[in-house]
Design a protein around this ligand. Structure first.
Ligand code: G
Ligand code: G
Ligand code: MN
Ligand code: NA
Length: 255
């Protein structure tokens, strides 16, 4: 409760919260194709609190809606700042939690922020976990169509670990599948993880979806994924989440 009050107060005061960005690369093209925005919180006393701690708390209490609004707006503002700095355009993935996605005015708020920041919606990709996507397929499908009509892209996050039916990938209008890093972590040839990841990539590609693997830490994982036909990677092998200025420097250095 104490932690939650501190979080609420920092959010209201506009302090302590920051977005970091983890690069996503295409190894064959040797370049950054996008990044994922990941929230960071440093308390006034200087102590960093892991999102693995405060995000579930915020989800439980509903504060995640306000946090999510802040995250989305901040990511849009940052894209506009990067454009002004002359960075080449790349995609920015933004995590959307279940409670946010369920808000009746979710799509309207997104549209409003896009209009007020002037960001190009093509640059934005909303990441929705597979468990959220499964909740109420009818209304999820409608909302995804509304988001896509605004020009955004949508990805299903942490795919493979939940309870989604494979058919849902076909029924819901996703643009991308992000393979859960639990599979990538255990990826060695001819294991169950290898089989499952291979199947996910195959299914996604045959449905015309793009695929990103998460949590890529080693060259051998990257090679296996590439052999499966996975074209985009995200993980410590390429880059950790970093602040906006560091990502900018990182991209310029990749040239
Ligand atoms: O950022 P890692 O770097 O530790 O993130 C931990 C967890 O917190 C992940 O499951 C990630 O999806 C979640 N997370 C990070 N940033 C956000 C955010 O902006 N919104 C939501 N809903 N979840 C986030
Ligand atoms: O749950 P979601 O996929 O949105 O969040 C991504 C999470 O994965 C973040 O916590 C991020 O810090 C973490 N992450 C990204 N790359 C790696 C990696 O290569 N190894 C590990 N262990 N974690 C990673
Ligand atoms: Mn994500
Ligand atoms: Na994920």
């Amino acid at each position: 409760v104490q932690l939650l009050n501190e979080l609420r107060s920092d959010l209201n005061l506009g302090r302590g919260l920051e977005l970091h960005y983890q690069p996503q690369v295409s190894p064959t093209r040797g370049q950054v194709v996008g990044c994922e925005a990941l929230i960071r919180w440093v308390k006034p006393n200087g102590a960093a609190v892991s999102p693995e701690v405060f995000i579930p708390l915020a989800e439980y209490t509903g504060l995640i809606v306000d946090i999510g609004d802040w995250v989305f707006a901040e990511a849009c503002r940052q894209i506009v700042r990067w454009d002004r700095e002359g960075l080449p355009p790349f995609r920015v993935g933004i995590n959307i939690s279940a409670a946010q996605f369920r808000e009746p005015d979710f799509v309207a708020k997104i549209a409003e922020v896009i209009a007020s920041t002037g960001v190009s919606p093509k640059r934005l990709e909303l990441e929705i976990t597979e468990s959220v996507a499964m909740e109420d397929p009818e209304s999820v499908a409608r909302q995804l169509r509304e988001l896509k009509a605004l020009g955004l892209r949508v990805a299903v996050d942490d795919f493979g670990c939940g309870f989604s039916s494979l058919g849902s990938l076909n029924r819901l209008p996703f643009d991308r599948v992000k393979i859960d890093r639990a599979f990538v972590r255990e990826l060695t040839p001819e294991t169950a993880e290898d089989c499952i990841a291979t199947m996910i990539v195959k299914l996604a590609r045959s449905l015309g979806l793009e695929v990103t693997a998460e949590g890529v830490e080693t060259e051998s994982q990257a090679q296996l994924l590439q052999d499966m036909g996975c074209k985009e990677m995200q993980g410590f092998l390429y880059g950790k989440p970093m602040n906006a200025a560091s990502l900018e420097a990182w991209i310029r250095q990749q040239g």
